[in-house]
Design a protein around this ligand. Structure first.
Ligand code: T4K
Length: 368
């Protein structure tokens, strides 16, 4: 029996490379609360990503929750049902009403053409997701936001390092939130960051993630504990040394799948935008009706072979119990998202996925 293959595996540098970082933490005895690695890592990430300001977080979800707090968002927020559940949960944690708008069947991102019809007098913001690291139609979304005076918070959990022709996609909107979870392109075990447009916003967010403390005796807001520890920040510094290599390997896997799956009837690969630098965070395929078996049957066939492809994102967020009674969660409001949730399967993709394993995966799809 061959080894199991998972949808993703974290890229771990050789253990001995991490030892000097640990020694530094051990000798300084500063473990958290904005220590030296935290500061270095914020700086280094800004440089790598090509953004001016960011604030590190202990995970992406707390980043989303805090971003909404920072912009004082309330009322209703327009968002996508086709995402990881943390996107909408961050709204509920702030007692904000999520309003689901359908996705574009081509990109699987929030469909800007559907947004205006969902705006009410209570709408205060839009929270789109750069799903699988494929950028949203940022210009169309910004145009609507400007017209109705809405904030835009991008859930950029999948979009580490993604660039358009003019720079990082993280510069768009009022804030963008990254995740550095173990399953992501770039990981700090757990972690995340909010990308901010200016130093003042960053300072406010820095206060919010540290209980609202400004100094030893001053608390300016009911903040939370969202700080990244020194171990995570040190690991992030080390990961940055290997990220380019990891992205190259991911692009290699992506290229292999695209060329091998191209001629299989009923299997469609999601296209990126040609002038973008992609990160190949995921490899979603759409199992269409002319494929001999359904997506779920293919998923099961993979499992029988010890290959753990994943149905990201099924079920739709709108179908979970805390959302499904909402008017915007109705199936007839979300036809494209419903279809995607039934058809998409994410194939394994990560830097150390061997060519043999890639062949094994393609063979499963081909041998139906
Ligand atoms: N917004 C979006 C759009 C997101 O996708 C996410 C997270 C967030 C917000 C929230 O960000 P964080 O708060 O998480 O920073 C995973 C992740 O837990 C989650 O972070 C991620 N999205 C989501 C898409 O996927 P699961 O339940 O699928 O993970 P799990 O444990 O089943 O792992 C999948 C596979 O990865 C495993 O079969 C094996 C491999 N794996 C996993 C872990 C945790 C490893 O090899 N090593 C590991 O340590 O949710």
């Amino acid at each position: 029996m061959s080894d199991s293959i998972f949808v993703t595996r974290p890229q771990l540098p050789p253990l001995e490379e991490f030892i000097p970082y640990l020694e530094e933490i051990w000798s300084s005895r500063i473990l958290t609360n904005g220590g030296a690695f935290h500061q270095q890592f914020e700086q280094a990430l800004c440089e790598y990503l090509g953004v001016k300001h960011l604030s590190l977080f202990s995970n992406g979800t707390l980043g989303l929750v805090t971003a909404l707090q920072a912009l004082r968002i309330d009322g209703e927020v327009i968002t996508t049902p086709y995402s990881f559940v943390a996107t909408a949960h961050s709204l509920l944690w702030n007692r904000i009403q999520p309003v689901f708008v359908d996705i574009d069947a081509r990109t699987l991102n929030l469909d800007p053409r559907k947004i205006e019809a969902a705006i009410t007098s209570r709408t205060t913001a839009i929270m789109p997701v750069h799903c699988y690291g494929h950028p949203c139609d940022v210009e169309a979304i910004q145009e609507i936001a400007d017209k109705y005076n809405l904030k835009v918070i991008y859930d950029a959990a999948h979009a580490f390092g993604v660039r358009d022709a003019f720079g990082s996609v993280l510069r768009h909107g009022d804030l963008s939130v990254l995740s550095f979870h173990a399953t992501k392109v770039f990981t700090t075990f757990e972690g995340g960051a909010i990308v901010c447009p200016d130093a003042r916003t960053k300072q406010h967010i820095d206060h919010l993630k540290n209980f609202g403390f400004v100094d030893e005796t001053t608390v300016v807001a009911p903040g939370i504990n969202g700080k990244m520890s020194e171990i995570n920040a040190a690991f992030g510094m080390l990961q940055l040394r290997h990220i380019e290599q990891a992205l190259t390997e991911r692009r290699r896997v992506d290229g292999f799948y695209r060329s091998e799956l191209r001629d299989i009837a009923g299997i469609r690969c999601l296209e990126g935008q040609p002038d973008h630098t992609v990160n190949c965070a995921y490899f979603p395929i759409l199992v269409e009706p002319d494929y001999p078996i359904s997506r779920d049957m293919l998923y099961q066939k993979f499992r029988n072979e010890g290959i753990y492809a994943r149905r990201y994102f099924y079920p739709l967020i709108a179908d979970f119990p805390m959302y499904r009674e909402m008017t915007s969660a109705r199936a007839d409001n979300l036809p494209a998202a419903k279809l995607a949730a039934q058809r998409v399967l994410c194939l394994p993709i990560y830097p150390t996925l061997t060519l043999d394993d890639q062949r094994r995966i393609v063979d499963v799809v081909r041998d139906v």
